[in-house]
Ligand binder design. Structure first.
Ligand code: 6PG
Length: 247
């Protein structure tokens, strides 16, 4: 795994660099595999990126790639789709809908099935159905082409929080979790670390000086950091790119 750290000079630089990375990964995936699968993140940092991508010219390289992308979510809060904390709604409203992406290309995590556990089971079934070549195929972990992840102040990624069972789930593709201390204090549905790590490439989106210190610790003391921060356990197949920007 190649690991790269980029200090962005501004939020615009941050957004432009992520857009370039998405275009490069998309072109490579479309050329080699005939489709591009992209996992989106929730949270606050990524929202500036979604605005930027949606505002790109319709003839831009990023818009052309987005039109050919299949979108997934790394995690979801167990709140109704109309709730302001719903990641799927945020991604749809800020990026996908304004970018003209067809709804059929966006695989949301359902939170209307009565429990987070039911939502996790349903999403895993959705993913198996998308990647399987035939119904009920017994299949290995699928490889998403690109995963976007934010970094929590406690070092979590998706909804894999430090010291939780979800973080150490080794069989399931999707599971449930509950944040030990961070808001919003609601049940979560999240992709598991093995599924995230099966991806070809991960882009870590990090804003704020406090998180930069965490990144520095992960890069300089990986073994120690792996015991503290889930982000240190993210090791995709090909490349992990850290994009850092001040608030
Ligand atoms: C979520 C996200 C979560 C987020 C980090 C960073 O559901 O909240 O998936 O993993 O990316 O908490 O969030 P900020 O970018 O808002 O700091």
């Amino acid at each position: 795994m190649l690991e790269e750290v980029r200090e962005c000079s501004s939020q615009l630089d941050f957004c432009r660099q992520v857009a370039e990375l998405i275009v490069a990964a998309g072109r490579d995936a479309l050329e080699k595999r005939g489709r591009f699968t992209l996992v989106l993140t929730g949270g606050g940092t990524v929202q500036a990126l979604y605005h930027h991508l949606a505002a790109s010219d319709s003839r831009s390289a990023i818009k052309k790639i987005l039109a050919e992308t299949y979108f997934f979510l790394g995690d979801e809060r167990f709140v109704p789709v109309g709730h302001p904390d719903n990641n799927g709604a945020m991604a749809w409203n800020l990026l996908l809908e304004p970018a003209g992406v067809a709804g059929s290309r966006f695989f949301r995590i359902r939170t209307d099935l009565g429990s987070a556990a039911a939502g996790a089971t349903d999403y895993e079934k959705t993913l198996r159905g998308f990647f399987a070549n035939k119904p009920d195929e017994v299949m290995p972990l699928p490889e998403f082409d690109l995963v976007l992840l934010g970094l929590g102040s406690d070092g979590h990624v998706a909804s894999l929080f430090p010291g939780t069972d979800a973080l150490f789930e080794s069989e399931r593709w999707v599971t449930t979790s509950f944040p030990p201390e961070l808001a919003p204090a609601v049940a979560r549905i999240t992709m598991t670390m093995p599924l995230l790590n099966q991806a070809g490439e991960v882009i870590m989106l990090v804003s704020g000086s406090g998180k930069k210190a965490t990144v520095r610790q992960i890069l300089t003391e990986p073994e120690r950091a792996a015991k503290l921060y889930p982000a240190a356990l993210v090791r995709p197949g090909r490349r992990k790119v850290w994009l850092l920007v001040d608030d």
